[in-house]
Design a protein around this ligand. Structure first.
Ligand code: F6R
Length: 604
């Protein structure tokens, strides 16, 4: 949903902005641009349609003069994908980049046109540049001009702004979309996400909503939008533990592939210090004494699939649990029993629908728990309590390692909330599952998937089916598959196939079936037999247990180890991710940045 970056310091800014934008590219890739001071002290703006690589080529011989500079990558909302709509937008001495949506854009545009302003683009962001310029012309006080201009604006924004007359100064402001400051030695970064500057500093400060900051090298002052600049204060930063290596592809072709193989580490770091007999999820221990009468999960996409698994874990622990799509839940009547918890799950911690659902729940008086992967994210700040997964930054747009980390955290949550002492076998299985996943991923020779990838690529239709714990896995397998291969794919509860979807089965159709839920295995097998009887090709993913006669119920089976309960969930998820990745790569698709998608969806 667009990414912004700002810098003030002594390094030549252009290469640094471009590499930061490359790391933010998962947020949008319709166009990009930078603005910086040239050696004559003038602001230079360079923009390009397409990926950051196009911009990179255009600025390859430019370094920019040390001082303040800004950059942007765009995921088009207002106005088509064309050069004039690319950021930065300039109005006289003011140049800015914007992530968000200005809701009263039309009213402001008409007013500004009435004042003789000529618009160059169809974007709502351009309106902001003119508003700031008009305020600046009143007293030539740059930060105050921004603050006053924002007083006219309704909507959401993360902004980074330059002024021709103050070459070291960067003004940034936030209301809605994320904006994080990276505080270095003699320099400061501002960006939509931490990986943009992780190579330079791990000291971060997350801007709150309705705040603004004036940055000059390493002097930073932050204040609320209703306070004048004199009362803004130096922020207190926190150190994050993320390793800059997370933001590099290393020997892998794509971030997605690298992140699939980082899943064991993501789980391990998420479980670390949080699970031992009698001490599970210490962060929640006090609150967990008041067991909720019910829990409602709210999430979107992959996080919603993790929530479906979370529901099963909580039900096994005897806690009634519901799972809701966040964008629907937020507009429903919240008829949960008093004292219920609402749990928002979001990798980015910035998904507008999930945040909206949690906000509505909070207003209705429910305790809100966030599960997020990003320290300092809006979810962490806005939920009553937030548990972080420690998957490290996830850069591939399709979520992978974060899913496994979320599932591990949800297993801990169920154990922590269970009225009975945790079952030793489950605890043991959970502690060992990262290592089991690692061993398993290492044991799958890439060439063993070649034939399977080819079959999926050539299938007239690929469907995913499963029951119990395998149903959320089927949904996740289908989502991964469709979002990066661009082929239609749906996940079904195995028992539901006969109520309609089975009409799709014919020779040429492949049904991928995760098979890790032992309790429903016999029923799953009979559903798969029905598929085969109608000419469908069944590709099962699971261990061979007991006397399963393979010639009867599947055509192909990807062998999972016969590990204790729960370990299989991670292994099946890993295979589903790998299959989708490999098919999409074989099709030549842009796996890390699939069309039309953005990593964190900060608009409704
Ligand atoms: C799918 C995917 C999306 C996200 C969804 C929610 O691979 O990445 O479906 O899971 O947009 O994002 P978060 O978890 O950041 O709220």
């Amino acid at each position: 949903m667009c990414g912004i970056m700002g810098y003030s310091g002594l390094q030549p800014p252009v290469p640094l902005l471009v590499s930061g934008l490359e790391r933010l590219e998962y947020r949008g890739y319709d166009s990009s641009g930078v603005a910086f001071f040239d050696d004559f002290g003038l602001i230079s703006v360079v923009r390009a349609v397409g990926k950051v690589s196009v911009l990179k080529e255009e600025v390859k011989d430019l370094a920019g003069h040390p001082g303040a500079a800004i950059g942007h990558i765009r995921w088009a909302t207002h106005g088509g994908v064309k050069l004039e709509n690319a950021h930065p937008h300039q109005s006289g001495p003011i140049v800015l980049v914007h992530n968000g949506i200005i809701e009263n854009e039309q009213v402001l545009r008409i007013r500004l046109k009435g004042e003789g302003i000529l618009f160059q683009s169809e974007t709502d962001s351009e309106v902001l540049s003119h508003l700031v310029r008009l305020e600046y012309e009143k007293d030539r006080n740059f930060p105050e001009a921004v603050r006053r201009a924002l007083g006219h604006v309704e909507g959401s924004y993360a902004l980074a702004i330059l002024c021709q007359n103050d070459p070291a100064d960067l003004v940034v402001a936030r209301n809605g979309p994320p904006l994080i400051l990276g505080l270095g030695e003699g320099e400061t970064f501002a960006a939509s996400d931490i990986p943009a500057f992780l190579h330079f500093t791990r000291q971060v400060f997350s801007m709150e909503n309705s705040t603004i900051a004036l940055i000059r090298h390493d002097e930073v002052r932050v204040g609320s939008l209703d306070q004048t600049v004199e009362s803004w204060k130096t922020p207190v930063s926190r150190t994050i533990s993320w390793d800059p290596v997370f933001a590099e592809k290393g020997a892998y072709r794509h971030f997605m592939e690298k992140e699939i193989f980082e899943s064991p580490r993501a789980m391990m770091d998420t479980l670390a210090d949080r699970v031992s007999f009698g001490n599970i999820l210490p962060e929640i221990a006090r609150k967990a004494h008041e067991k909720p009468p019910a829990v409602a999960f709210v999430a979107c996409g992959t996080s919603w699939h993790a929530a479906l698994l979370g529901r099963s874990f909580l039900e096994q622990a005897g806690i009634p649990a519901f799972v809701e799509i966040a964008s629907e839940f937020r507009y429903r009547r919240l008829l949960l029993p008093p004292g219920s918890w609402v749990i928002g799950i979001s990798q980015s911690g910035e998904t507008a629908d999930t945040l909206g659902a949690l906000e509505a729940s909070k207003r209705a008086g429910f305790f809100t728990l966030g599960i997020s992967n990003v320290p300092g994210s809006s979810l962490e700040r806005e939920a009553d309590l937030c548990l972080l997964t420690h998957a490290g930054p996830e850069i591939g747009v399709a979520s992978t390692k974060a899913f496994q980390a979320q599932v591990a955290l949800l297993m801990m949550l169920a154990l922590a909330l269970s009225p009975a002492p945790p079952r030793e076998d489950l605890l043991e299985s959970l502690i060992r599952s990262p290592h089991r996943l690692e061993l398993f991923l290492e044991s799958v020779p890439p060439e063993s998937l070649d034939g399977r990838v080819e079959r999926l690529r050539l299938s007239s239709l690929v469907m995913f089916a499963g029951r119990g714990l395998d149903y959320p896995l089927a949904l996740e397998g289908a989502l991964k598959f469709k979002e990066i291969t661009y082929r239609p794919a749906d996940g079904y509860p195995g028992g539901e196939l006969k109520h309609g979807p089975i009409a799709l089965i014919e020779p040429g159709v492949t049904v991928v079936a995760p098979m890790v839920d032992r309790s429903l295995r016999a029923k799953e097998i009979s559903n798969l037999r029905e598929i085969r009887a109608r000419g469908g090709y069944v590709m099962a993913i699971g261990p061979l247990i007991g006397k399963d006669g393979h010639e009867i119920w599947y055509d192909d089976r990807i062998e999972l180890p016969d590990d204790p309960p729960w370990s299989g969930i991670y292994q099946a998820a890993g295979i589903l991710q790998l299959l989708a990745y490999r098919v999409a790569s074989a099709l030549g698709n842009d796996v890390d940045q699939p069309r039309n998608l953005a990593k964190s969806v900060t608009v409704e």
